[in-house]
Ligand binder design. Sequence first.
Ligand SMILES: [Zn+2]
Ligand SMILES: [Zn+2]
Ligand SMILES: [Zn+2]
Length: 473
Amino acid sequence: MRILLLGTGSADGWPNPFCACVSCAAERSDGRSRQPSAALVDDVLLLDCGPTAPHSISAAGRSLLHVEHVLITHGHPDHLHPSFLLSRDWVTSPHVLHVWGPPGAIDLCRPWVGPESPVALHAVEPGEILDLAARGNGYRVQVLPAAHSSGNGDVLAAEAVLFEIEGPDGSRLLYATDTASLPPATIARITAPLDAVIVDETFGDTRDHGTGHLDLGTLPGFLDALRTGGAVTSATTIVATHLSHHNPPTPTLRERLRPLGVQVLDDLSVIDTAYPGGRPPSRRLVLGGARSGKSVFAERLAATTDAVTYVATGGDRPDDPDWRQRVAAHRARRPAHWTTVETIDVAKVLDSAGPAELVLIDCLSLWLAGQLDGLDAWARLDRGQVAEVTAEIDASGAGLCAALARCPADVVIVSNEVGMGVVPATASGRLFRDLLGTLNARVAAACDETTLIVAGQPLAIPLSATAAPSRRR
Ligand SMILES: [Zn+2]
Ligand SMILES: [Zn+2]
Ligand SMILES: [Zn+2]
């Protein structure tokens, strides 16, 4: 099951556009923005459709062409903005669009559906099981009662529901936004382990909100109940949604939620239940010139993972005091809990890494230098064996990329961007520059993200349409 997060924000979004609080200011200055919560499952099921969801889909370069079912949790305007039904009416499509939701939400849809509209409305009640067919596949949806009512007579909140969805591949998602903690009777209805949970965490450190939402104080109990019932296991991907400015800024929130096993993802992220953690392992290449800040940037990327293996490819060079000083400075900067391995056998490290880990390779240029030393390349170049050495380095690069492809861990690779300055004076210098340029291009094609660091500033390099299409997400 592939779940595209169209929005992970609260009704007002985060930042709230009218608000000057510290949390909103931090999100704004970091360029983050969350739209009201909604998700698209396998391109065929749309979970909630608030005012921004259709636009978020277009912004993600996707469409609603294949959506056959819209599951609405409740009629609050951040979850249901029924004008999308009019957009649907304006196009011809081979199939009917089915909209499922509590009675009040369905009533809100009726004025938008004409007698000839290719739309079918279905009111649902908690306890119902829906067998939905979409593009020849079957989805089984259990409708569960949300705990969204705060007893203030809000009928739309009182009838809110959650959806437990089993996909055609047998994977299972609990979509649980706009709810407080659930009573044991509701938990007991979720009988098998879930692959993914998308869960409300609206209120952060505000505890006296008196609403049917979760906060940082109540979320642990909500998850504990699911764990005790066996619905949530160590393999379940848990993602927070309906996030508001009552939360600390995203980087802090990530740190706070990590011990609970809860991820904070950006809008338009994808949860893919085929992978541990909900996504394929990432491959990121960080390029830069000397003293550009590339290592610091790479270390920052790695800092969001607990289990980091740092691969130093430069060797220890006991008779080079300058080098030893640099290595000592790098080492002092790294968190003490990282594992450091000094080797140029990078493939071996990649092969022994596990799925929850991150391997940081610093750096590819020293790895290349080590390979050349190992091949006794410089002496052989003097004997005119340029083609042979090039071919052997090429084979080493292919081996490295193959190890990269099969590694289940996230990988960050640092390399030098060379060849932009003066032409090296020596033949060996020119060959090294050429080999490294070729290697960088090859590794970049095997990565899903390449960043060039210039004067300490990161510059994201867009993936070309032809590079590693399987890695494009
Ligand atoms: Zn809401
Ligand atoms: Zn605010
Ligand atoms: Zn609501």
